[in-house]
Structures are given as structure tokens and as C-alpha cells.
Design a protein around this ligand. Structure first.
Ligand SMILES: Nc1nc2c(ncn2[C@@H]2O[C@H](COP(=O)(O)OP(=O)(O)OP(=O)(O)O)[C@@H](O)[C@H]2O)c(=O)[nH]1
Ligand SMILES: [Mg+2]
Ligand SMILES: [Zn+2]
Ligand SMILES: [Zn+2]
Length: 1581
């Protein structure tokens, strides 16, 4: 074909085989720089691309945009290569669309056949780049580590790799030794076929025969294609070398001429398949040897055989005379070529004495025969020839650069060698040079677990036992500290401290060296292990266990050095802060953090010790956090699965990373690696780093049995599942029993996460499912899988005591359609010559896209920062160490989120309460003013009004409840603060809101009802009073008329006498019918009997005989009778009785406070009062049912309280009757009547006096009442704001504040009070806080004055307004108008009001003037009064008592831990589970040992994890294991003490006051564990 007409800018054409290389290329086009520019790689020529940059995750990672310009190509190539995709080299630009548009236009003008020319002419080369150029360019622009990685991945794809890299600008070649160093190949030469042995070697360091293929001049045989055929197995052709017929292979090469590529042929041991019996290296030089003579010389000197391809030998054959040819030379020529010249061939052969056998001519045979011929020649050529592959030396001789000659690289190689050359025996080396992380660390790990599990505690005192474990730990740390840092470690750490480039080289060298040291041993052990595992026979078990141990002994990698470093650090940290060795270790976490940031995988779980060095990991990650802040959000992917199922391979393929991969047991423990997410992609993923965690394979139960590693597997799975956002479950489909086993472990882990609030996403990857229709075909399998998962969920739920989970989907979101992925087998063909299956790579890529999609869809809330990730690690691992994971889990993130929610809820609750209080106050005021305002309400009567109010109350309550529920809903929708962690508490809070509404509804309705009924009673009374007043008024007026007529002047004395006479006379005339006195006792008793009606019959009988009036006169004492019959004989009966006594006293106190409050209101008695009291008693009894009191007790208690209440109410009633006696009321205002009479008689101006009277009698008391009714809620608000307000925000913070104050005072009496009369203590404490805060800077007075001032202003405004509105009716109308304005706030005393308006003839204008002055005076006098009054009295008088409100807030549900009495801290009123953050030694709750009577030191949070037992009333006096305490106390959650320090507070208190407590509790002092004495007060504050 003729290509000569192609577009010019593609440069000279690239005709088939004849236009090779540089001949026709103009210099500037050859320019490397301009080519790099075109590829967009120019910046990286000097500032090399690094591996970590390539691994970063960006948009391109998950999108499939085609390449638009050549500058996209290198990235596309890299992306595919990193995922070991064999199609990586076929990258090209998408056809440009505008070009084809042009074509169309053109073609319309031409005849239709010109299109055909067009097709040929328009071959567009602009956008195309030869793959070799891309590879060369990338190698030129990459640093050593990326080069290594590229070479490694290329060799996995069975691509040839660069051996000599040309630089067409400098015309320098570089030998790529370093780049190829990482390639390790495994093969089986025929010599080992029989023994089934194999070789595993770092291929570039191995002395393999090299066969080179070069070209002289033009050649019509495609050398590369021939080579590919030569190396391919007959049944499976593979393009090892790029050749002309591949995608873009025909595009002219611009910079890659002079490139020498290398590939290997490696046998698999099967003689029928293998082409060569042993391994062979094959080199291929691109370009003409005439131009690239240096490369040719290099090959000649390193190869066993050199094959020269040519068509003709003319002038250029002198190159073949090269005297340095070390091996044999072979000529390969195409005899069919036009330019082939037999004559010159013969001539040359003669000249260089080439044997005829060394000349291969392609004549009539086809390609297959030709290749076969070449193969046999090659086989002969390398057979029995000495091999001397010394590329480095040759390169130096020829002036070829060597990549690893770099100074940084060489220098640190020495350091690495210094460490590794001394290693003879890995086990011994580890023992002597890395002693800290060996046995000691394993022992430490065991101790740490024993501290939680307490399996060997036996009958010992648990706290003593724990204290001993603590000492043992300290001892081990001491031992660690006694070691000097070994020489090897010293070298290692020094090397890590060097510059980052040197450090990277050092680590690589270390890895290479250590790998070389251990590979041989390890790989054969692993192979053996794998075989033994597959056989699954029982005799193997011993052997497997032995192999496993051997593997672990022989393993020696960088991770061991890092572990040692970690142990050095942890040991040093245990020393005092000032110690020198601690100072010296301070920098280690930083070093390690830098490694992580560089993309170095770090041990998370040490697989040997099966433990996490928490302190070390913590400090490293915190350093990392400091390094990256504020970009510290992470997402976590983990993989779990059976051993050797390609987990590490999967992760490596997905993310381009390098987790250790090998057949047989390989990964141990769990490794984590950080991958950066590019800035541009960050917005989409909302996170900064991806953390990938590779884990050790889980074992099948048989294997797990051998070394008891079942526990280890479970722990590991729980940890990594808990840490991850996405968990990949890797399943090799072939083995479904294995799958079942690991699923069991996994399901457990997920279940646990569900319980603790974490929701990882779970994806199943099924490996080795080849078929394209896998997805459909596996429908049945998926169903089966789901069935099994469901089954296991149910089983696991039973085991964890969480029966509510029946299905897998109850535990987590899982869709069996989208949650399963199918991946075909990894290799395409037979290893070692098999490339990675393109299907594998593509399937993994699809999967990766899906994983990224999952991340994108994650809610913002679920992203953890590094410290949060750490907190998860810590809390998960701590919980894992206990046997009972779910009940041991405690996470400060969850706790924080819960606290926040509680605090919010408290706010909502309070604002609801406050609204209702305010509403009620207003309602009551209006009701009280009902009569005064009657004209306003027209003809409605009280009952209508009451109903209306009730309706309105309901509306208010509805609204309030809804507001809380709305708040709650939107709280859970927010994106910050990890709200998803507390999702499971949402229901609790919903219920609490309902509950709160019910509570408020009851109290509001009761209150309203009593106010109304009392008001109705008073109205009756008022009517009577009114008639009397009217009589008096008439008489006074009459008197005035009478004496006016006299016209005689009278002195005041005379007038008074006259008035007195009239008054007495009229009083005698009027018949006063006051209120009827009622027998309150019988009313109360009636209510009580009603209350007891539902109870058992014998109470009814008993109550008939009771002399109610005589009850309650002596203090209430609970006797044995108070306890239920069957418990009276129990060992703890005494204690039970005293508990009941305590409760009773509490109830009595609460009720008597309520009675006092009612009495202080000075109203009449109403039945709702006693009903309220009975309700309180019933509530209390119900919530204290666990005390097992008898019915008799209930009766006695109620009688006691009711009788006392009745007494008080009787007094109150009588007082009320007396005060409201109509005669008395009339007499009360006698003075006013008298003065009125005098004024009228004398026609005196009444303005001032009336104004003053109105203020004094009506306004002033009303204002005072108003202030005290509104101040209560205000004070609560004050307490909830500003300094110290946090203490009331949640139960937990309240507890903290109280405890803090207690320890500061450090007073035994206070502790006892707190412990024994908790409720009382809390109340007093709150009262104290309020008094303190309000007294400070006269806060109380300030509040009062503020209200007073505002209200005075309001009154004055009302007066002004009333004046304007009032036209007729004179003063009376005016005053009524004023009251009208203020009717919602002021309760105007009616009697007084009417007295004031009587005979009032003043002029409005001066009256208003006087009134305003009066009001001002009132303000002053009230101010003075406020100043005098005591704050306690003021608080007592408030209608809403702030102390009660705050108490409700912080007291919560009021339940106490059944063992140690620690108060419940759960938020809301109706939570399903009570919990306390700090439990106490049970001795503080009066527990003592039965026999020795010593106080018990055990702490519930420990006991519930131990083998101990307890007995009490609830267990029917039988012993019950602590571990199963939930059987007895199902509503309590007692979590383990994760830090081992939370209980320090009480340990300290108990140790300090041991003797005093013993005395107080009538017991013997406890045996205090040693460690307790060491706790200092300072550490607790
Ligand atoms: N034939 C075949 N081999 C595979 C496949 N996937 C992985 N391998 C090989 O299996 C061996 C084990 O792979 P790893 O990735 O180390 O397996 P692992 O699950 O991480 O192993 P452990 O960490 O030891 O549990 C390696 O030699 C892989 O090359 C596959 O799909 N088919
Ligand atoms: Mg692995
Ligand atoms: Zn407790
Ligand atoms: Zn509770």
C-alpha cells in the first residue's frame, strides 16, 4: 500500500517495514522535549512523577472518558497499567469529530469514488502515538519507585520491560537495573519437574541466558511479531512486544528508537507445554544497530546469542565485525525479499567465520514453520553455553548510565546491607536484635486480654487480681525498657530519619534484601502449607500447625522492624515524662506518620501477637493528623475472606498498591495504607484519604482448631468490619463450606456493628467466576447465599442475645442484586507465562467504580476524621478484648453524639415546659379575673369558659409535642455530628416526648380544674359579700344625704361617731352567712378509699378498721412487714427493709412539700389536691417495685401521708373560711368606708387618696404576685446560661460536676450523703447552686427589679390608654378599663377593687395624675421590700420552683445501678435501657462479703465480665452469674470500663475512706488492691 499522500504534519510516513527509525526524521521532530510537551509530560521530565502521585484517586479513576488528545494518553496508560490491564498499551485518542464533518462537506464536491482515495489519504496520524513512545516517555519522566512499579505491573501483563532506556536528546542510554529489581518470578524448570520443586527468583539478579534480537538496516520480517510468536505457547498467542499490527503499532516511533526491551520465557514444568526447558531472557533492540551501536555492543557482550535480522547486507555490514561479541551470532534474513542478496550474505559470513548453521533464511515456509525453526536454533544456542549475565559491568565499560548508580541509592544500600548481611538465622536475629516485640509483647498482649476476660481469676478477689495483672504488665514494660536498642534497630531508625528520598531507597533495599533472605525458605514453606491445607486430612493438622509456626518464625520483613519500633516507643512512654529514654523515642511516631503519608503500609494488628499497640498507633495517627490537617477526613475499605483467595491481589489491582501477595499463608494481621484523594475529586467524595486495610485470611474451623485461632479471626473481623465504610467479602466460589465458615464470622461482626451504631456497607466479591453470564447464572447462588446469611444472622443474634434480628437485612443494608460482584480468574492461561486476564482487570475496575459510587452516596455525617478513625479503632479493640462485645463496647464518639442529643432534647423539653407554665399562669390569671371582666365575655358562663380553656390547653400541648418531634426529626437529618450513631435512640426520645406531653397534660388539667372550681366557690362568696357591701354603701350614702340637709358643720370626730353608730347598727342587722365548714378528713379518706379500690380485698377490710384521724402522728417506720412475705427470711432482708425505708422517707418528703405549697396559696381545699398526692405516691411505688415491699406497706404509707396532708388541709380550710368570712371582709375595709363617708360629706377631693388606695390595695399585691409567678422560669433560664451552665445540660455532665465538687471538698460525710441519700443530696446541691448564682452580684434582685421596672411601665401605659378610651362612667369606668388592660397579668383582688371604686367621685384627670405618681412610689417601695427579703424565702415563694425544674432535668429517670447505685444517665424520660458512665466499687453501695463481712471492692463494670456471681431479692436469694445480669435486670446496660481508669474516682474514694465506710456501713474494711492506693487525687480532677 502506498501511504505517501498522508497529511503532512504527521511527518514522513511510516511505511511498512521499510522506513524504520531515524533516517527520514528531521532533527527538531526528534526532539524529546517537544514530544514530551505533546504528551503533557514536560513538567515531569525534571520533576519526576512519583508513585504516590499516580496512586492518588481522582475523577479519572472512575470515569471512562475517552482520550481526546495525546496528552491524555500517558494517564490512560498508567491507569490501566496500575490495574494490570493487558489492554493498557492499546490506548489511543477518540476520533476527532470535526474532522469527519469536514470530510463530509468535501466529499459532496467530488465524485463518489474519490471517497475511497479519501479513506487512504485521510489517515490521521496527528492524534496517534506509538505505545513504545508512551512507555519510553513515562519511564523518562518517572522516579525510580514508579519505574519499579510500572515494570512490575508490565511484567504481570507479560509485557516486555525496558532494559536500556534511550534518551534521544542526550543520546544517552540508561540500564534499568533498579527499575527491574522488584520483579520476582516463579517457575519450574524441567530439571525440577519430577520433584515438583520450583524456583522463585528476583529475575534481574538471576544469571539467565540472554538471547538478543536486533535489526540491521531494513528488514521485511517483523522481528517483534516473530518474537511474540516464538515466546507464545501454541494454544495461546500473546503480544509480549509491541509490533506493527497492534493498535498504533504502525505509528512512527519518535523517541523510543534505541530502546532495548527485555522479556523472559519461564517454563511451568510441563514438557508438553513448555517451549524451552529452562528460563531464558529475551532482549529486543528497537532501531538499526548501525545507529545504535552502543546498545548493540552491550547486547553482544551480555548475550549468549544474538540474532541479527536483515534483508540485505551491503555497506553497513562492518558493524557485524564487532570483536566483542561474546556469544554466538546468528543471521536471520528474508530470502523472499526483493532486496535480499545471497551473495553479500555469503561474503559477510565468510568474513566473520559464521557457521552455516547460524544462518536462518525464511524462504518458502510459513510463519509457524519459520518460528519453529528459530526456536530450535535458539534452544541449541543456549544449550550448554556458559552464562555470564553482568549487565552492570558491561554498561559501565560502554559508558551506559545505570539507574541505580544514583548516589542516594548507593549510599543507603550500604546501610541496608549492613543490617541484612549479618542475618544468618531469622529467628535468632529476631530474638537478639528485635527482642521487644517477641515474647514480651505477646505476653503483654495476653495480659491485656486477661485483664478484660478474667478467665483465670478463679475465686480470687477480682480487683486484687486485676491489680496484680497491672503489676505484671508494669514488670514486662520494665523488662522491655531494660534492653538497649540493638545495633540493627539503631541503624534502621537512623536510616529512617534521613531525607525522604534516601529513606524510600533504604526501605526498598531493606525490603529487597530481607525478601531475598527469606524468600527461599518461606516460599517453600508456604507452598507446602497450601498443599497440606488443601488435603484436609486429619493427620495433617500437626504438620500444618508446625508449618504455620515455621512460617511465622522465618518471616522477617520491615514490619518486624516497625513493630519493634512501636514497642520501644510504648515501653518508653510508660516511663516518667522526664526520663531520657522517653525523650529519645519522642520522634518515632512522626517518622512512622511520614511513612504512612508516603503510602507505606503500616501494621494495624500485629498478626503474631494478635494485638494492637494502641498507644503507638494512636500517636502515629495523631502525628499523621497533624501533618495533614485540616485535610483529615478518611473513608475506609477493607477486605475479608478465606486464606489465599486473592484478597491482597484484589486490593492491589483495585488501588495499584503493593500488599504482599504470595501463594500460601501470606498476610498476617491487618495492614493499613493511606491513599490520597486529589483536591479536585475531594468535593465529590467529601473525604481526603482512602484507608485500605488488607487482612489476614480467615481460617476454616478445622484450621482454626489447630492453633486455636478462631478467637483471633473473630477479633480481626470485628475490628476491621467496625472500622470500615465498605467491607469487601472475598469469596472463592469453588468452596462453599469455606465460604459458610467465614460468613459466620462476618455476620457476627456486622451484627455487633449494628448494635453499636456503625453501618458499614458490605459487598461480596466472588472470585474465579469466569463466564460472562455469571451474573444471571448465579442468581440461584445469590439466593442461596442470602438464605445462608439469614440463617447465620439468626444464629448469631441468638448467640449475642439479640433475638430481634432475624434476617441479614435487619442487620445492614444489603441488596443481593447489587451487593454481589463476579470476578473471573486472575490469570489468562498457565502461569508463569500467563498474563493477567483482561476480564479480571476489567471486572475489578467495574467493582472499583461501584465502591467509589458507594462512597459518593454516603452521607456527609459518616465521614470520620483521623482522630475519629482512631477512636473507633480504640473502642472496637477494647470491646473486642472482652468476650461480650456488645455490652463492652463504649465509644466516645457515640457517647458524645448521645450527649449532644440529650442536651438538645433537654432544651426542647424545657422550652415546652416553659411555654406551658406561662400559658397556665396567664390562664389562671384570666380565670381569676373572670368576674371582673365579665362584661367582656358577654353571656358565657364559667363552665363554658373552662371548656374553652381546656381545649386551648390541648392545642398548646399538641403544638408543643409536635415542636419537639419536629426538632428531633430535623436533628437526625443534619449532616454534622455523627447523628447516625445515635439513630437507635431516636425511638426513646420520641417516646419521651409523648410521655412529657402526658405529664404536662395531667398537671395542666388538674391545675385548671382546681382553679376553676375554687373560683366558682369564691364567686358564690363574692356574691354574698357584694350584697353586704351594697347595703353598707347605700347606708353611707343615705347618711351623707341626711346630714347634708342639716347643713350644720361637723368635726371629723363627730362624723366618725356618726359613722361608727351606723356601722354597728347595720352590722347587727345583717345576717352573715359565711362558708360552710367541711370535714376535710373524711373527704381525704374517701379519696384514699377510692384509690385503694383496685387493690386486693384484705386492704379494703383493713382500711375500714383504721382510725384515720389518728394516723401519721409518729414518724414513719418500715418494719419487716413492709417487705413481701417470702423475702423476709433472706440474708439481705435487713438491707431491703432499709431501702424501703429510704424510699418511703423520700416519698413522704416530696408529698409534704407539695402540701406546704398548696397551703401557702391560701386557697380553699379541693379534692384534686389529694388526688395529686395519691398519684405521686403511686408513681413512686410503681417505679420502685423492685424493692419488693408489701401491700401492707403501701397502705401504711398512704395512710401516713394522707392523714398528715388532711391535717394540714383542714387547717388551711379553716383559715380560708375565717379569712373569707363576709363579716370580716366587710370590717376589713371599714376604715375606707369611713374615710369615704367623711370625704363625701365634706365634698373633699378624693383623687390622691383613691389613687393611693388603688395602688396599695389592688396593684401592689398583684404586681408582687405576678413577679413571683413569672420569675421561676426566668431563674431556670439564668441557670442554664453563662458560666457553669453546662452542669445542667445533661445528666452525665451534671454527674461530673457533682463528683468534681465532692472530690474537691474531699469530705467523708458528703460522700456518704451522696451515696446513701442521693436524691436528697442532689436537691440540696441544686438549691445551693441556685442560691450561689443568684446571690452573686445580686442577680436575684436584678431580675426582680428588671421585671418591676418593665411592669411599672406597662401599668403606666395602661393607665394612659384607659384614660383615652374611657368616656363616661367616671373613675369607676377608668379603673375597670385599667384592669381590663392588665387582666392577663394581674390578679386584681376583687374586694379591694370594689372598695376602691365605692363613693369614688374624683375627677378623672387629676386622678390619673395622682395614680401615676402612686405607681411610681409603689415601684420604689417594692424595690425596698425586695432588698430586704431573704433569697431562700423568695425562692420558696416562686410559683415555678427553679430547683424542682432543674432537678427534673438532671435527675432523669432516677434509677440507680442495681449493684452499685450509680445513677442512670440516659436521656429522656422513657428510655428502654438505663446506663451509667461510671460504676463504683460495690462496697460503696453497702455490699459486703457474706462470710468475712468485708466491703466488696468489685466494680460492676468488671464483674459483668467475670465469672463471679451475685444474689439478691431479684434472684430469689439464689446465686446468679454476673455475666448474665441482664436476665435479672433486663433494663440495665452495664458497659465495661474501657480505659481501666473510669472507675479510678471511686477506687480512690474507697481506698481513702475505707475504714470510715466500714464503720458507717457496719462492715469490715475492704482489702484494697495495691494499685488503688497509687491513684492520686490530682489525676482525677
Ligand atoms: N489461579 C488464580 N490465582 C489467583 C487468583 N487470585 C489470586 N491468585 C493467586 O493466589 C495467590 C494468593 O493471593 P493473595 O492475594 O496473596 O491472597 P490473600 O487472600 O491475600 O492471602 P492471605 O493474605 O495469605 O490470606 C497469589 O499467588 C495470587 O497470584 C485467581 O483468581 N486465580
Ligand atoms: Mg493477603
Ligand atoms: Zn454499677
Ligand atoms: Zn434510666
Amino acid at each position: 500500500m502506498d501511504y505517501s499522500g498522508q497529511k503532512s504534519n504527521a511527518g514522513p510516513s511510516c511505511n511498512k517495514r521499510t522506513t524504520k527509525g531515524q533516517q527520514r526524521v528531521s532533527p527538531e521532530e526528534n526532539n524529546l522535549e517537544s514530544f514530551l510537551c505533546e504528551l503533557g509530560l514536560k513538567p515531569y521530565y525534571h520533576d519526576k512523577l512519583s508513585l504516590s502521585k499516580i496512586l492518588q484517586i481522582d475523577k479519572r479513576t472512575v470515569t471512562d472518558d475517552p482520550a481526546h488528545s495525546p496528552s491524555d494518553l500517558p494517564w490512560l496508560f498508567l491507569k490501566k497499567l496500575m490495574m494490570v490491564n493487558v489492554t493498557a498499551r492499546s490506548v489511543k485518542c477518540a476520533p476527532s469529530t470535526d474532522l469527519s464533518a469536514n470530510d463530509c462537506e468535501d466529499s459532496s464536491n467530488l465524485d463518489e469514488y474519490s471517497d475511497l482515495d479519501h479513506l487512504v489519504l485521510n489517515q490521521d496520524f496527528r492524534q496517534k502515538v506509538n505505545p513504545l513512545d508512551i512507555i519510553t516517555a513515562l519511564f523518562l519522566c518517572s522516579d525510580g519507585f514508579l519505574q519499579q512499579e510500572m515494570a512490575l505491573k508490565m511484567s504481570m501483563c507479560q509485557f516486555s520491560v525496558p532494559l536500556l532506556l534511550p534518551n534521544c536528546d542526550s543520546e544517552q542510554s540508561t540500564l534499568m537495573l533498579w527499575a527491574l529489581r522488584d520483579i520476582v518470578k516463579k517457575y519450574r524448570p524441567h530439571s525440577l519437574s519430577e520433584s515438583k520443586g520450583f524456583m522463585e527468583e528476583r529475575i534481574i539478579e538471576t544469571n539467565l541466558p540472554l538471547v538478543s534480537f536486533v535489526r540491521l538496516g531494513d528488514c521485511s520480517i517483523s522481528k517483534s511479531q516473530v518474537l511474540n510468536k516464538l515466546l507464545s505457547n501454541p494454544q495461546q498467542y500473546h503480544d509480549t512486544f509491541v509490533h506493527h499490527d497492534m493498535d498504533c503499532g504502525h505509528v512512527r516511533r519518535k523517541i523510543s528508537n534505541g530502546l532495548v526491551e527485555l522479556s523472559w520465557y519461564l517454563p511451568c514444568g510441563n514438557k508438553n507445554i513448555d517451549i524451552f526447558p529452562g528460563p531464558v531472557s529475551v532482549a529486543n533492540l528497537r532501531g538499526d544497530i548501525v545507529t545504535y551501536d552502543t546498545q548493540y555492543s552491550f547486547l553482544c557482550q551480555t548475550s549468549t546469542a544474538v540474532f541479527v535480522f536483515f534483508d540485505t547486507l551491503d555497506s553497513n555490514h562492518s558493524i557485524l565485525m564487532n570483536p566483542n561479541v561474546q556469544g554466538q551470532l546468528y543471521f536471520v534474513a528474508n530470502a523472499n525479499s526483493k532486496s535480499f542478496n545471497m551473495h553479500s550474505l555469503k561474503e559477510t559470513a565468510k568474513q566473520i567465520k559464521l557457521k552455516p548453521n547460524n544462518i536462518i533464511l525464511k524462504a518458502k515456509e510459513n510463519d509457524a514453520e519459520f518460528v519453529q525453526k528459530l526456536r530450535s536454533v535458539m534452544k541449541n544456542a543456549i544449550r550448554n553455553m556458559p552464562v555470564n549475565f553482568q549487565p552492570k559491568e558491561v554498561a559501565h565499560e560502554l559508558g551506559i548510565l545505570v539507574d541505580e548508580d544514583l548516589e542516594e541509592c548507593q549510599k543507603v544500600k550500604e546501610n541496608a546491607d549492613a543490617i541484612t548481611t549479618k542475618i544468618k538465622d531469622t529467628l535468632k536475629f529476631k530474638e537478639t536484635q528485635l527482642p521487644l516485640h517477641g515474647k514480651i509483647w505477646k505476653d503483654l498482649a495476653k495480659l491485656e486480654k486477661e485483664e478484660c476476660r478474667l478467665r483465670n481469676a478463679g475465686n480470687q478477689n477480682i480487683e486484687l487480681y486485676k491489680s496484680k495483672l497491672q503489676e505484671d504488665k508494669t514488670e514486662l514494660r520494665k523488662k522491655q525498657n531494660s534492653y538497649e536498642m540493638s545495633e540493627a534497630m539503631n541503624c534502621f531508625i537512623t536510616a529512617l530519619s534521613s531525607s525522604s528520598l534516601e529513606r524510600d531507597y533504604f526501605l526498598k533495599w531493606m525490603r529487597i534484601n530481607l525478601d531475598n533472605l527469606t524468600r527461599e525458605k518461606l516460599s517453600s514453606l508456604r507452598e507446602e502449607y497450601k498443599e497440606k491445607c488443601c488435603q484436609e486430612s486429619s493427620e495433617n493438622k500437626e504438620e500444618i500447625a508446625l508449618l504455620d509456626r515455621q512460617i511465622s518464625n522465618s518471616a522477617l520483613g520491615i514490619e518486624h522492624f516497625l513493630r519493634e519500633m512501636g514497642q520501644f516507643y510504648e515501653a518508653a512512654i510508660s516511663l516518667s515524662e522526664k526520663s531520657q529514654s522517653r525523650q529519645q523515642m519522642q520522634h518515632l511516631p512522626r517518622l512512622c506518620a511520614e511513612l504512612l503519608l508516603d503510602g507505606f503500609p503500616l501494621d494495624l494488628v500485629d498478626g503474631d501477637a494478635s494485638n494492637i499497640p494502641l498507644r503507638w498507633v494512636h500517636d502515629v495517627l495523631m502525628e499523621l493528623n497533624t501533618l495533614v490537617q485540616p485535610k483529615n477526613k478518611v473513608m475506609v475499605v477493607t477486605v475479608l475472606g478465606v486464606q489465599s483467595t486473592g484478597k491482597s491481589t484484589l486490593l492491589n489491582t483495585m488501588f495499584g498498591v503493593q500488599f504482599a501477595v504470595s501463594s500460601g499463608r501470606c498476610t498476617r494481621g491487618a495492614f493499613m495504607q493511606f491513599i490520597k484523594i486529589t483536591d479536585s475529586f475531594k468535593e465529590e467524595l467529601n473525604c481526603d484519604y482512602l484507608v485500605i486495610i488488607d487482612t489476614e485470611g480467615l481460617k476454616s474451623p478445622e484450621l482454626a482448631q489447630i492453633d486455636d485461632s478462631h478467637e483471633h479471626d473473630n477479633e480481626l473481623a470485628t475490628l476491621v468490619v467496625g472500622l470500615s465504610d465498605v467491607t469487601i467479602i472475598n469469596i472463592a466460589m469453588e468452596n462453599s463450606t469455606e465460604m459458610k465458615d467465614i460468613l459466620q464470622i462476618v455476620v457476627h461482626a456486622f451484627l455487633r456493628m449494628k448494635e453499636v451504631g456503625k453501618r458499614p456497607k458490605c459487598l461480596f466479591v466472588h472470585q474465579n467466576v469466569a463466564d460472562v453470564s455469571a451474573y444471571d447464572k448465579n442468581m440461584k447462588d445469590r439466593k442461596l447465599l442470602l438464605e445462608q446469611l439469614n440463617e447465620m444472622t439468626e444464629a448469631a443474634a441468638k448467640m449475642e442475645d439479640k433475638d430481634e434480628y432475624k434476617k441479614f437485612t435487619d442487620v445492614l443494608e444489603y441488596d443481593s442484586e447489587t451487593g454481589n460482584w463476579y470476578v473471573p480468574g486472575l490469570w489468562h492461561g498457565n502461569p508463569p507465562m500467563a498474563p493477567v486476564n483482561a476480564g479480571y482487570s476489567e471486572a475489578v475496575y467495574d467493582f472499583k467504580k461501584n465502591v467509589m459510587g458507594v462512597f459518593k452516596n454516603y452521607k456527609m455525617t459518616q465521614r470520620n476524621s483521623i482522630p475519629e478513625f482512631l477512636e473507633w479503632t480504640r473502642s472496637l479493640w477494647n470491646a473486642v478484648k472482652y468476650e461480650n462485645f456488645i455490652f463492652s463496647f463504649r465509644n466516645s464518639l457515640v457517647a458524645d453524639a448521645y450527649m449532644k442529643l440529650c442536651a438538645e432534647y433537654q432544651k426542647w423539653e424545657w422550652s415546652f415546659r416553659k411555654n406551658m407554665y406561662n400559658w397556665l399562669t396567664t390562664a389562671e390569671t384570666t380565670v381569676s379575673n373572670f368576674e371582673i371582666m365579665k362584661p367582656k365575655f358577654e353571656n358565657s358562663d364559667m363552665q363554658d369558659y373552662f371548656n374553652k380553656m381546656k381545649e386551648e390547653a390541648c392545642l398548646q400541648l399538641d403544638r408543643g409535642e409536635k415542636t419537639i418531634l419536629d426538632h428531633l426529626a430535623s436533628y437526625f437529618e443534619q449532616t454534622e455530628g455523627h447523628v447516625y450513631l445515635v439513630e437507635r435512640y431516636r425511638e426513646d426520645f420520641k417516646k419521651s416526648a409523648n410521655c412529657l406531653r402526658r405529664e404536662l397534660q395531667n398537671s395542666v388539667q388538674n391545675e385548671l380544674k382546681s382553679v376553676f372550681e375554687i373560683r366558682i366557690g369564691m364567686n358564690e362568696l363574692d356574691k354574698i359579700k357584694k350584697t353586704y357591701r351594697e347595703v353598707m354603701e347605700q347606708n353611707v350614702l343615705h347618711l351623707v344625704e341626711q346630714f347634708r340637709k342639716d347643713k350644720s358643720s361637723k368635726s371629723d370626730k363627730d362624723l366618725e361617731d356618726i359613722f361608727e353608730g351606723m356601722w354597728q347598727q347595720k352590722l347587727a342587722e345583717l345576717s352573715f352567712e359565711g362558708l360552710q365548714k367541711k370535714d376535710i378528713f373524711s373527704l381525704v379518706f374517701g379519696e384514699l378509699r377510692d384509690n385503694l379500690k383496685q387493690k386486693e380485698g384484705f386492704l379494703q377490710q383493713k382500711i375500714i378498721k383504721v382510725k384515720f384521724e389518728q394516723c401519721g402522728q409518729v414518724p414513719f417506720v418500715v418494719t419487716q412487714e413492709g417487705l413481701l412475705q417470702k423475702f423476709r427470711t433472706y440474708f439481705c432482708a435487713d438491707e431491703a427493709t432499709s431501702n424501703i425505708q429510704e424510699m418511703a422517707e423520700n416519698v413522704i418528703k416530696t408529698c409534704s412539700r407539695l402540701v406546704m405549697e398548696k397551703v401557702s396559696r391560701k386557697y380553699d381545699y379541693h379534692d384534686t389536691y389529694i388526688q395529686e398526692i395519691l398519684n405521686i405516691i403511686d408513681d413512686k411505688l410503681k417505679s420502685n417495685k423492685n424493692l419488693k415491699f408489701s401491700h401492707n406497706f403501701e397502705l401504711e404509707l398512704k395512710l401516713h401521708i394522707c392523714a398528715n396532708a388532711a391535717r394540714k388541709f383542714q387547717e388551711m380550710h379553716e383559715l380560708y373560711i375565717k379569712e373569707n368570712d363576709p363579716r370580716r371582709c366587710l370590717e376589713q375595709f371599714k376604715h375606707e368606708y369611713c374615710t369615704g363617708f367623711k370625704d363625701l360629706f365634706n365634698d373633699r377631693d378624693q383623687c390622691q387618696r383613691k389613687a393611693e388606695e388603688f395602688t396599695r390595695l389592688c396593684l401592689s399585691p398583684a404586681v408582687e404576685a405576678y413577679i413571683s409567678s413569672s420569675l421561676g422560669t426566668e431563674i431556670v433560664d439564668v441557670m442554664l446560661q453563662g458560666q457553669n451552665s453546662l452542669q445542667f445540660s445533661t445528666q452525665t455532665s451534671f454527674q461530673r460536676s457533682v463528683l468534681k465538687q465532692l472530690i474537691t471538698e474531699n469530705n467523708f460525710k458528703n460522700f456518704v450523703k451522696y451515696l446513701c441519700s442521693y436524691e436528697q443530696y442532689v436537691k440540696e446541691w441544686i438549691q445551693g447552686q441556685i442560691t450561689e448564682k443568684l446571690s452573686k452580684e445580686n442577680k436575684m434582685l436584678e431580675l426582680e427589679e428588671h421585671h418591676l421596672k418593665l411592669f411599672t411601665k406597662e401599668i403606666i401605659q395602661a393607665i394612659t390608654k384607659a384614660q383615652k378610651d374611657t368616656s363616661e362612667n367616671g373613675i369607676k369606668g377608668l379603673i375597670n378599663n385599667i384592669c381590663m388592660q392588665l387582666r392577663q397579668k394581674l390578679i386584681i383582688p376583687k374586694d379591694a377593687l370594689e372598695t376602691v371604686t365605692v363613693f369614688n367621685r374624683a375627677n378623672t384627670e387629676p386622678f390619673v395624675h395622682c395614680l401615676k405618681i402612686s405607681v411610681k412610689e409603689m415601684e420604689e417601695s417594692l424595690k425596698a421590700k425586695f432588698k430586704e427579703e431573704d433569697i431562700q424565702i423568695k425562692l420558696w415563694k416562686l410559683k415555678v420552683k427553679p430547683q424542682d425544674e432543674l432537678f427534673k432535668r438532671v435527675f432523669g429517670c432516677g434509677k440507680q445501678c442495681p449493684f452499685c447505685k450509680a445513677p442512670c444517665e440516659a436521656g429522656g424520660q422513657s428510655h428502654t435501657h438505663h446506663h451509667a458512665s461510671i460504676h463504683r466499687p460495690q462496697g460503696l453501695g453497702r455490699y459486703k462479703w457474706e462470710d468475712s463481712r468485708k466491703l466488696v471492692t468489685d466494680i460492676c463494670s468488671t464483674s459483668v465480665n467475670s465469672e463471679s456471681q451475685f444474689r439478691c431479692l431479684e434472684t430469689n436469694n439464689k446465686y446468679h452469674p454476673f455475666k448474665k445480669y441482664t436476665d435479672i435486670f433486663p433494663n440495665w446496660t452495664i458497659t465495661a470500663d474501657p480505659s481501666m481508669q473510669a472507675a479510678d474516682y471511686w477506687k480512690y474514694v474507697m481506698a481513702k475512706f475505707n475504714d470510715q465506710f466500714a464503720k458507717e456501713y457496719n462492715a469490715k474494711p475492704a482489702d484494697i488492691p495495691l494499685a488503688w492506693d497509687k491513684i492520686t487525687k490530682e489525676s482525677l480532677l
